[in-house]
Design a protein around this ligand. Sequence first.
Ligand code: AMP
Ligand code: TRP
Length: 345
Amino acid sequence: MSDPSGSSVRPRVLSGVQPTGALHLGNWLGAIRNWVALQDSHETFFCVVDLHAITVPHDPRRLAEDTLSTAALYLACGIDPQRATVFVQSHVSAHSELCWLLNCVTPLNWLERMIQFKEKALKQGDNVSAGLLDYPVLMAADILLYDADLVPVGEDQKQHLELARDIAQQRINARFAPDPEQPILKVPEPLILREGARVMSLTDGTSKMSKSDPNEGSRITLLDPPEVITRKIKRAKTDPVMGLEFSNPERPEADNLLGLYALMAGLSREQAATACASMGWGAFKPLLAEATVEALRPLQRRYAELRSDPGSLEAVLEEGRERAVTVAEATLQRVRSALGFLAAG
Ligand code: AMP
Ligand code: TRP
């Protein structure tokens, strides 16, 4: 299949995180860390998906600040604006517009069966917005606008990625491309790396670490100070067994915290498993706390520097917006024209 944009030399990557609350270790290890590794080999676009953040009730006094701090965290995690395009989703109106066009070809029952919708809708009670149901179509628009080849995300987003592929392939290309050799939209692939793809809660090894867990002790955020990290790890759920191990279905907490330790200390899973095989929880926890504090230290220092210079952060986002608009408008134009809209004079 040829490249619909006809231009890209390096494969394209697009991903994003919502500016809702502080990013945690799951966001870093499952998503952002993988973005950093792709910057040299791929053409990368990373957006702060603020339009997604209003699909559940939000606080208008916090949205702008959370958007800026999320962008600063991208950079603090190692996203380099010289190589990557970093931008705010709502600054590029093509996202909302392509979302509308895709809405009109996406079957309602594809959206009703999305696991994340069902879970979030349950939490919202009778306050579910149409936007929450439409969330994955907006996400498809985010991805398809940039002809992304790869979308690095955590495992929980796999179903949304499949939906984006189905919309591109079955609902746009198959129906509206006159020549199957000349697709309108590029069909993206998910990139889900095994290690870190699912970081679990500190208070329950069977549920994933999440921004929306009411218990703050369940997650370590990227900006938690050392004493908070140490306290949260000290209180993390354990079991009465001696020695840490992977993949024992009876011991989800051991599996999760040992995996975290490997990632934080920069060890392979085998090395971590060997080092901690006969270690008790009392010895293991301070080790994990120290490795986590050290892994986050450079990131937190860089974040503080970035926030002390708001002008340069805004300049990064403005430059990102300009680059993003150019690519997004070209794709939107292809879709508009394929759908038969009258061109503006
Ligand atoms: P969210 O926090 O839902 O906005 O997710 C932002 C990104 O982080 C997505 O790519 C998720 O797949 C990823 N992510 C969120 N929570 C976790 C977790 N506990 N483990 C691994 N990845 C996660
Ligand atoms: N839904 C994603 C999440 O919660 C965030 C997101 C929105 C996204 N648009 C995207 C991720 C496009 C990758 C690509 O994590």
